[in-house]
Design a protein. Structure first.
Length: 288
């Protein structure tokens, strides 16, 4: 899956979330009094909506992760054949386990994000209920003006978006942009993992990091570097000073990172650079 195909799939996934958010907004806006029974009904409908969304994501994202993993393995085979190596595509139980591990982590993180939306909705409705109760104690009744204030408060909260989660840096993520970032990151990870596993199965241990215009400061030090998959080649093969794990620890493959790994072979070092840069170059204005 090349960069254009990847972005198309990610946009389709993001639209699924945007459609779900519109539906959730419509469900909340179906009430203008927010009584306890209405609140319970709203939450039940939204829970069903989020459950359906989760099922869709598992199906679509799970398929894409499997596809990119296999694509990474095919890329490894084709490139090494260009270098004159006799290597055949292989797929076994261990590959299934590798795919499942990436899928499970993706689904777990998606589940956390969807739970975050549910908490966000609960807070919006809880605040509306609290305003309703407060008005009844203070005014002894619910006037039209009070109900409008509650409705306006709910509308304002919805306009700010349903917060999916807050990351370690304090950044808030809405469901759509978080899911797009997560699946992009995991699809790149699955392609890299598939490639490395195919190489390792045939005894190849060296990969090279792709190069892109506009790379961020975390990735720039690793561009074009030769890396050892297992770590055993570090210091033993000329030009291999770090492992893939070292690069990850140093910031490569951060969330939203588009860098890819390509097989390294002395016979096509130039081809390796060119292939990576052309096939996975970023759209204008984007950073890796």
């Amino acid at each position: 899956m090349d960069n254009q195909e990847l972005e198309k799939r990610l946009n389709e996934l993001e639209q699924m979330y945007l459609d779900a958010e519109k539906s959730i907004t419509k469900i909340i806006n179906s009430s203008d009094t927010f009584t306890p029974s209405e609140k319970a009904s709203i939450l039940a409908k939204i829970k069903s909506q989020l459950s359906d969304l989760s099922g869709q994501v598992r199906k679509e994202a799970g398929s894409d992760i499997r596809s990119t993993y296999k694509g990474g393995k095919h890329d490894a085979v084709e490139l090494l054949k260009d270098a004159g190596e006799n290597i055949n595509y292989s797929f076994n139980k261990t590959d299934f386990e590798a795919i499942r591990a990436i899928q499970d982590e993706t689904f777990a993180m998606m589940g956390d994000a969807i739970s975050g939306v549910n908490r966000s909705v609960n807070k919006i409705l809880a605040d509306a209920t609290a305003q309703r109760v407060k008005a009844k104690f203070i005014e002894g009744r619910l006037s039209g003006g009070t109900l409008k204030q509650i409705s306006d408060s709910v509308a304002g909260a919805i306009k700010d978006g349903f917060v999916s989660l807050v990351d370690k840096g304090g950044k808030t993520w809405e469901l759509g942009n978080y899911s797009k970032m997560l699946v992009r990151t995991k699809m790149i990870e699955s392609a890299n993992t598939g490639m490395m596993n195919q190489l390792s199965a045939y005894g190849f241990d060296i990969v090279q990091c792709s190069q892109h215009n506009g790379a961020c400061q975390l990735c720039t030090p690793w561009e074009g570097k030769l890396l050892s998959i297992s770590g055993r080649s570090v210091g033993k093969v000329k030009g291999v000073d770090n492992s893939v794990d070292d690069a990850k620890a140093g910031g490569l493959f951060h969330p939203n990172c588009r860098h890819r790994l390509v097989p390294y072979h002395p016979r096509f070092s130039e081809l390796s650079d060119q292939w990576a840069a052309e096939k996975y170059k970023l759209p204008a204005g984007e950073t890796a």
